[in-house]
Design a protein around this ligand. Structure first.
Ligand code: ATP
Ligand code: MG
Length: 137
């Protein structure tokens, strides 16, 4: 059994897609082990995306991530890290496979509705960034 961190980004929340995205996850058989809605501070967003600190889009990415509340979730299931990445689709919606969350609803490479951890190592870091043990069921 594996866990991953999922975020419905500010664009997904603003577009009224919380229910749609959760439905996709539950239909895929993922268990929602934790969930909360939160307005990220700049430092929380910067800490979360620290691996991208040197990338040219970092400043704009942080600006975007604090434009409104996000929904943070811990998803649990077999191979949930890679299965969630499949279901999300490619970072750039123009390259995302048909039927994926990003193909259906994302606007751009940056405003792409969801985040999903990309490895066991990043999942462990990202889950601990936002949830304590007693918040995960
Ligand atoms: P995420 O980490 O959010 O799940 P990802 O793993 O598909 O997405 P990363 O390469 O980790 O993509 O980039 C993190 C986020 O930074 C992207 O989801 C997107 O919001 C933004 N981003 C990535 N590349 C670009 C880019 N070239 N221009 C603008 N924003 C970008
Ligand atoms: Mg990533």
């Amino acid at each position: 059994m594996q866990r991953t961190l999922s975020i419905i980004k500010p664009d997904g929340v603003a577009k009224g897609l919380i229910g749609e995205v959760i439905k996709v996850f539950e239909s895929a058989g993922f268990k929602i082990a934790a969930m909360k809605m939160k307005q990220l501070s700049r430092s929380e967003a910067e800490g979360f995306y620290y691996v991208h600190m040197e990338r040219p889009f970092f400043g704009e990415l942080i600006d975007f991530m604090v434009t409104g509340p996000v929904v943070l979730m811990v998803l649990e299931g077999e191979d949930v890290i890679s299965r969630n990445r499949e279901i999300m689709g490619a970072t750039d919606p123009a390259e995302a496979r048909e039927g994926t969350i990003r193909a259906r609803w994302a606007e751009s490479k940056q405003n792409n509705i969801v985040h999903g951890s990309d490895s066991e190592e990043s999942a462990a870091f990202e889950i601990a960034h936002f949830f304590s043990g007693i918040e995960i069921f």
